[in-house]
Write a protein that binds this ligand. Structure first.
Ligand code: NDP
Ligand code: MG
Length: 385
């Protein structure tokens, strides 16, 4: 029995994790569920899975949650400090990190320091602090397993290949809803259009990131830290059907790929069971029904976020952290109709340009970079309005 904590259980990944776990209660038990403010969903989940503890990060909702769970054998706490304390406790083997944005970083660090394995959906954690996370992983002897479908694909392609040289990897990208839009058309796209992803149903932030290709930029950086690659070993290609989840190219010229229907429950259960495969009833891919798998080059002149992410990766230091912070503010402002789609990229570039560069940032430097970059990004938004 693997005892799990799910951080961000009410989100897209959290909900899908609970969905696969429900069918495998002989293998997994739920010990901790956390949400930011969605009391209704957290209450439903708590009643169904009876975890040891639930935590609502936004303290304003504590009393409501406590009342709604009274009489149940479930401990109720509030605040991010409670999350950091509870995940370090005995009785948890693996933490599913499925909250969104920079907020994921400190809880993941606490969990690693307490010796827990991590199923990592929160890619921002590695983008912001990949070097530090990898050092902590070595020091504490834990495993961090990717949930992101591309990185899960690469991990699956690398199974049995230890010692063999990887020439490069190719991350696939669907291209999002605006793949065929011209630069001029991108100027006027609305949040409602960006939120309609062709292949995946995800939380709002990552859906906008997918439309702007910042998601792929974040994944390029994520791949560097997961698989110890140089920037020039990480390539991106558009694959609109999202069936091939990524490729690994080996030194002998062989290429391996991992294929499946686009359904996040598969990489989630692979991470939970790693290195074993757990049987599922998930939809199967049929070559006879889907006989067209196509590929296109990415236009980084149109989708400049991807070029910015490569720049942040090259320079490293605290630049990916600044880029990520600016992007979080930009996405929020775009969703609130405060700035346009292309202005997100302008904002991110402006914040990266004025970042005070730190080559080897510590956690406190990253917290400060995050804080200052967010403030500067917010100022930028106000000026546009
Ligand atoms: P959602 O927005 O759907 O869910 C986010 C979860 O985190 C919710 O449970 C939310 O609680 C909680 N949360 C939000 N803000 C905070 C905060 N400040 N502190 C603590 N908890 C918070 O996101 P997704 O599930 O789509 O994505 C989660 C992560 O997984 C992201 O990093 C994303 O990039 C990554 N990912 C997602 C994929 C997907 O298919 N969705 C695919 C690959 C990676 P509440 O509901 O109360 O707001
Ligand atoms: Mg992905």
């Amino acid at each position: 029995m693997k005892r799990l904590a799910i951080l961000g259980s009410t989100g897209s990944i959290g909900t899908q994790a609970l969905d696969v776990i429900e069918n495998h209660q002989d293998k997994f038990s739920i010990e901790l569920l956390t949400a930011y403010s969605n009391v209704d969903k957290l209450v439903l989940q708590a009643k169904k899975f009876l975890p040891d503890t639930v935590i609502i990060v936004n303290k304003d909702h504590y009393n409501l949650l406590k009342n709604r769970l009274s009489g149940l054998p479930v401990k109720v706490y509030a605040g991010i400090e409670a999350v950091e304390q509870v995940i370090a406790m005995k009785g948890i083997d693996m933490v599913v990190a499925a909250m969104v944005g920079f907020s994921g970083l400190l809880p993941v660090i606490k969990a690693i320091e307490a010796g827990k394995d991590i199923a990592l959906a929160n890619k921002e954690t590695l983008v912001v602090a990949g070097r530090i996370i990898n050092e902590l992983v070595l020091k504490h002897g834990v495993q961090v397993i990717p949930v992101d479908s591309e990185h899960s694909a690469i991990l699956q392609c690398l199974a049995g290949e230890s010692g063999n040289t990887v020439e490069k990897i190719t991350l696939t990208a669907s291209g999002g809803p605006f793949r065929n839009y011209s630069f001029r058309e991108l100027k006027n796209v609305k949040p409602e259009q960006a939120l309609k992803h062709p292949n995946w149903d995800m939380g709002n932030k990552i859906t906008v990131d997918s439309a702007s290709l910042m998601n792929k930029g974040l994944e390029v950086i994520e791949a560097k830290w997961f698989f110890d690659l140089e920037p020039e070993q990480i390539e991106v290609i558009i694959h609109p059907q999202s069936i091939i989840h990524s490729f690994v190219h080996f030194a002998d010229g062989s290429i391996k790929a991992q294929l499946a229907m686009p359904d996040m429950r598969l990489p989630i259960i692979y991470a939970l069971g790693y290195p074993d495969r757990i049987a599922t009833e998930l939809p199967r891919f049929d070559f006879k029904e889907n006989n067209k798998l196509t590929f296109e080059k990415v236009d980084t002149k149109k989708f400049r976020n991807l070029a910015l992410a490569y720049e942040a990766l090259e320079k490293e230091g605290n630049l990916p952290c600044a880029m990520n912070a600016a992007n979080e503010v930009a996405v929020e402002a775009f969703l609130n109709h405060e700035i346009g789609f292309l202005q997100m990229t302008e904002l991110i570039e402006a914040i990266m340009d004025k970042t005070m560069f730190i080559q080897k940032p510590e956690i406190k430097d990253l917290e400060e970079t995050n804080r200052i970059s967010r403030l500067a990004a917010r100022e930028y938004v106000e000026k546009q309005m």
